[in-house]
Write a protein that binds this ligand. Sequence first.
Ligand code: ZN
Length: 632
Amino acid sequence: MPDIFAEIKKHLPADADISDTAFEGANIILYTKNKEFFLQRNTVIRDIVSIIKKRIELRPDPSLCMDLEQAEIEIKKILPAEAGVTSVLFDPARSVAVIEAEKPGLVIGKQGEILRDIKSKTFWVPEVHRTPIIRSKIIENIRGVLYQTNDYRKKFLNKVGHRIYDGWVRERKEEWVRVTFLGGGRQVGRSCIFLQTPESRILLDCGVNTAFNDQNAYPYVDCPEFKIEELDAIIISHAHLDHSGFVPFLFRMGYRGPVYCTAPTRDISALLALDFIGVAFKQAKKGLFDVDDVKEMVKHTICLGWEEVTDITPDMRITFYNSGHILGSSMIHIHIGNGLHNLLYTGDMKYLRTRLLDPAVTSFPRLETVIIESTYGGKTDILGSRSEAELKFIKSIDAAAKRGGKILVPVLGVGRAQEILVVVEKAIREGLIQPIPVYLQGMVWDITAIHTAYPEFLNQQLRKSIFHRADNPFLSDIFKRVGSRKEQDDIIESEQPCILVATAGMMNAGASLEYFRRLADNPKNLLIFVSYQSENTIGKKVQNGEKQIQLNYGDKPEIITVRMELVTITEFTGHAGRNELLRFVHNLNPKPKRIIVNHGESTKCIELASTFHKINKLETCAPKNLETIRIK
Ligand code: ZN
């Protein structure tokens, strides 16, 4: 038995009657056969937590749990009807009852009184999940995978706990910390950082570069020091494929350790991975991984909230902080070796309040090294005012709507799309745009649904309007889902003005391409670019002002004449512009000793690193892929 259990038992009363102990990741679970002790546990357990500084949960031994059917009736009787309970599921091996409800706050009750009531009447431990207000197949599927694999999950989480608490397994002669860039060094795409200490082997992000089809698309996991069987954990900053898209492949290669991320990151990564398989399928390419590999990823994911401190190995403790980029996106703070070193990896970040998210956090308990992104870190990447950009966006839409035009906004499914929905909903509600329908296609709808499941990751204002005023912008009836080809045709052929929010963001494929093809030659229509357009994409050509665009539509080439109005608005980006990056580093508290710049074009990484060196008097560098830096 690991020392930690022996240590806890020393502090328990003689009649605690502990029948079993287990780990759930870094959480320590005690099962008791003593009903009284279970119900009065609060103070005893709280005291032990304050001594050993680990999360401990006391649960009733499964033999105490009320019969399932009876418990379900009892729980439904206790819960108020307004809570909107959609399901109660039981995990008997863990004595846990999972309650899904539209209003989790009402399930919890004032200071948790309803949860306490459930515990004392049924001897089940309630766990509350929010039912997405917009139905989402993907969330249902993910939760389904987790319920179906309850027994496996229990064993897996226990194994993860043993890795954390059983002590050092590798030899330690001296202490050191190294980071190796397996991807994302002086480039945007395939972010992947290999973090090593004598004891731990960790990946920070593991993405693909979707602009390539060859070896350049994947991180250098074939480098000699990386051995998948030695990997302790993968930590994902956010769901975009260039940060998460290679993870299912590691499962294909046999990885069965934990993946740490926030709950929205898990859901959106799974959705994007499944979509990625779909794209490969359409192009008749052999996929990198299949649906089963994505399921394995979900099964092995451990979700953490922001600012929840968690041990992941004997010498590493991680905490996620809001990075302001997309729903659930996080900066990863890693406390290494009990005070030896503190590393912050920003992932992709935004240091400005947006309609959706709060700005990235700048205060940390301790900080020595920062790995920062530089997508818009170049000297010319100065973003204009966001409120002016919004006004320009609204005015162009309004003008196009008034002349009876259709407005096409090509988007990546995640991030900008939802930002735009919030802006448009507000503008229509305030009468700045005449009331016209906003059509959402496929993935945009699913990802919007995921946003409604996790309001706690949205900015304060949006969260408030969703929680307190039942005023959820995503539920506005101006938003319509386009489900079929027929509906799409009807929309295009109708005389009515409307807004079309559709993927792909660069119009290479998907609904946005189809809309463009059929709306381009009418000068009444409007095309608004709000996301980054890569070279050689249809989006880039149109943005550059080419009036004749050749498409390979179906079998035969087709020439499209562009007469529709074009507007580009870069300020909606989810990345920090150069000034934001400089301000972010300036405001970091405490001030770090070293800055490592990655995730940007070569010249931007190098130039930004040199600027940080000059302004902040810090040690800086911009490593190439496969370069290793010893940070301690
Ligand atoms: Zn991103």
